[in-house]
Each structure stands twice: as C-alpha cells, then as structure tokens.
Ligand binder design. Structure first.
Ligand code: CTP
Ligand code: CA
Length: 238
C-alpha cells in the first residue's frame, strides 16, 4: 500500500516519533554522545504526516531542517527526551522510538571545565545507567489505556552487531522479548552500516520474535514499511 491506500492511512491519529541521539554532558564543553543522524526518524515523521497523522517529533541533536507540518520538540539529554516522550505519549496512538538513547550518563556534571593535570593521570568518569524509556512506555500502557481508552501501538528500534554470544537476529529477538514493544525494527550496524545517508538492512520483529518483514532499502522505504505494519496493527485493534 502507498500513501493513498486507505488501509494504511493514518488520518486522525496522533503519532509520536523520537529521533537523533541523546547527549549527556560531562562538563560545560563536553558530552557523551553517539553517531545517530536522525534521518530515519525524520523520514518516519514526514511519511506519517503525508499519511494524514498529527505528528510530534522529539528530536535529539539533529542537524536537519524540521519536516513541514510536524510539531518538533528539540531536546539534548536523555532526561529531556524522556519528559517530552512521556508527555506526547498521553495522546499518542502510535509511538516510534527511533532515537539512539545514551545508555549511560556521567553521575555528576561538573560546572567548570575539567582541566588536564601535569602528572598525566586522568580521573575516571563515573557513569550511571539511564532509564529505559521504551520499556517504560510499554509498562505504562495498560494504565494509560484504562484512563483514556483507544489503543496505542509501540515500535522500537535495535541497532545490533553480532558478537560471541549471538548474531544480529538472535540479539534482536532477545531485545524484542525484553522490551515488549509491538514491533522491533532490527538493523545491523558497524562497518559503515546503519548510520548516515546509506541503505538500511532491516528486519521487523514482533514481540514474540516472529519476522514480519525483512528487506534492504532507503530510510524512506523503511519508513513506509514500518508505518504499513503499524497501521495494520492499529486497524486490527480499533
Ligand atoms: N531505548 C530507550 N531508552 C534507553 C535505551 C534505549 O527507550 N535508555 C530504546 C531505543 O530508542 C530503541 C530501543 O530502546 O528504540 C532499543 O535501543 P538499544 O540501544 O538497541 O537497546 P538497549 O536496551 O539500550 O540495549 P543495548 O545494550 O543493546 O544498547
Ligand atoms: Ca542502547
């Protein structure tokens, strides 16, 4: 189905998308961050808008023009993103967590710039784990729906490399089970794949780990496929 396909229309729905990569300050001039460009989330926002949705885009450190017709909330840190997403989730029928969230943040942020010392010794930076926003949305959903009714489809992303304990798909399946999102979009990263302006290998899994679809394509094509699947789930649940 294309944009004109009635079954995949998102007219009248609220769609919330997070994009980009969060940054965690170390001191006034430094941060811990990641290489996410925000392009996949922006492609999703533009396509959801094209399909008639009311779109809110929570953008973390994205250096792209705001998509036309989309409400954009710019954030920097994971905590700022978490607050914007929790607020947007209240009315969202579909949430897509495309942002790369910093897993850790410095336990303390110094108000002054960290200086080199003469002895060549660097103090370690103590890190703490950030809350899992996606898992929190899944956990909060039953109460939210009891309060406001309707339905809410939740989609996560998983950037994976294989390692000694499993390949990309095995890690993806484990993550799908752990997160409990309706759909998990798994893509292999590393070696230049997954980031920036290149085609994506994508496998979309259900929470149970079943493959919904798998293909290689542009970020626009990936956006269309994700919204096709999400729209179908919304239709079956309404
Ligand atoms: N995510 C989130 N909050 C976090 C970390 C991740 O909401 N603190 C979301 C991401 O936006 C993405 C999904 O969870 O949709 C998977 O992110 P990923 O980094 O692949 O998963 P993690 O649980 O952080 O596991 P890993 O150790 O592989 O990084
Ligand atoms: Ca992570």
């Amino acid at each position: 189905g294309g944009a004109g396909d009635l079954t995949n229309s998102l007219t009248g729905t609220h769609v919330l998308i997070s994009a980009g990569g969060t940054r965690e300050p170390i001191d006034p001039v430094r941060f811990i961050g990641n290489r996410s460009s925000g392009r996949q989330g922006y492609a999703l926002a533009a396509e959801a808008h094209r399909r008639g949705a009311l779109v809110t885009l929570v953008a973390a450190n994205v250096d792209l023009p705001d998509p036309a017709g989309v409400a954009v909330v710019h954030v920097e840190t994971t905590q700022e993103l978490a607050e914007a997403v929790r607020e947007g989730a209240e009315s969202a029928d579909l949430i897509i967590m495309a942002a790369a969230i910093a897993d850790f943040r410095p336990a303390t942020v110094t108000t002054h710039k960290v200086k080199k010392t003469g002895d060549g010794v660097v103090a370690p930076i103590e890190l703490v784990v950030n809350p899992d926003i996606l898992a929190g949305l899944v956990e909060a959903r039953p109460d939210l729906l009891a309060r406001r009714g309707g339905s809410q489809v939740i989609v996560g992303f998983a950037a994976e490399t294989g390692d000694a304990t499993g390949d990309v798909l095995q890690h993806g399946r484990a993550k799908a089970a752990r997160k409990g999102a309706d759909l998990l979009v798994v893509n292999p990263v590393g070696g230049g794949r997954g980031f920036g302006d290149v085609d994506n290998d994508v496998t979309i899994l259900t929470a149970a780990g079943d493959v919904v679809t798998a293909f290689t394509g542009s970020k626009d094509a990936v956006a269309r496929a994700i919204l096709d699947e999400a729209a179908q789930i919304l239709t079956t649940r309404s």
